[in-house]
Design a binder for this molecule. Sequence first.
Ligand code: UDP
Ligand code: MG
Length: 300
Amino acid sequence: MVVPCYNEAEVLAQTHARLSRVLASLAAFDCELIYVDDGSADDTWDVVNSLAKKSGSVRAVKLSRNFGHQAACLAGLREAVGDAVVVIDADLQDPPELIPEMAALWRDGWAVVSARRRSREGETLFKKASAYAFYRLLNTLSDHSLALDTGDFRLLDREVVTLLAEAGDKSLYLRGAVSWFGLPEASVSYDRDPRQAGESKYTLRKMLALSRRGLLSGSVAPLRLTTYLGAAVLAGGLAAAAVQRDARLLARPGAFGAQALTLGIVGEYLHAVFRQVQGRPDYVVEERLGGRAQLGPSAP
Ligand code: UDP
Ligand code: MG
C-alpha cells in the first residue's frame, strides 16, 4: 500500500490503525505500507517515524519538499516491491476495507482495479460538480477511454507499476496513463467518506494544475481547438468585412481574445515540452525509513 501524505499528522495514526486491521485480514498476502511524506510542514514525518517503530511492515520516504500528489504517488510506486500495489489517500476518504475485494479481483486476473466513487460525502458542491464535469470532459477529449469518477485509489499489478515507474513522463497523470496502457481494468464502487481530520490539501491551484496536466497529457484536443478557433474567427471576420465592405472589421477585439487563448494553449504544451527537456527528477528523496526496496524498478 502506498500512502501519499501532505500535512496529514492529524489523521495518520487513525489511518494507520485502519489500514493495519485490513492488512491483518489479508493473511494470504505479504503486505507492506509505504508512507510518502510529500514535504509536509507539520509533524507528519514524526508520526510516520513512530508508526514505523511500532510496526515492522512500514517503510517510508520523505521528499525534500512538496512535489505534489502525483509525484508522491510515483515515489511510492517506485519504492514498492509488491506484485500488486494499492495507492490510497491518507485521509480515509478511500475506505481501506475495499482492498480485500480489489485484491480478489486482481487474483482473478485484472491488471488494474479502480475504485469508483458512487457518491462523495462532505465535499463542497463546487468540488463535486467540477470533478463530475472534468472527468467527462477529459473522457470526451482523450483518445482513449478513462474510468469515470475514479481518483488514484486503485490497485495496480506489478506490470502496470513498472510501466508507470519507467514512463519517464515529467507530466505524468497517473490515472490517464493507466487507462492509456489499456490493460484489463475492473472496478469496484464505493461511497466516498468525508475526510476524517484536517482539511483538503488539494487547493484550487493544485486542482487546476492536476486538471491541466490531465488535459494536456491525455489529449491534443485543446491544441486542435486553437486551430478551429483561429479558423472560425478569421472566417467570421472575413464574412463581416465582406458584408460591410469594411476591412477594419477584421481587427475586431474578438480576434485578439482568440489569439491570446491560442497562444496560452500553445504555451502550456511548450511548458510541458520544456519540463521534459529539462529532464529533472520527478522528486528528490531526502530520507528513508525501513531501508530501500530490494526488488523493483528503482532498486540499485
Ligand atoms: N497530497 C500530497 N501532496 C499534495 C497534496 C495532497 O501527497 O501536494 C495527498 C494528501 O495527503 C492525501 C491525498 O494526496 O493523502 C489527497 O489529498 P486530499 O485528500 O487533500 O484531496 P481531496 O480528497 O480533497 O481531493
Ligand atoms: Mg481527501
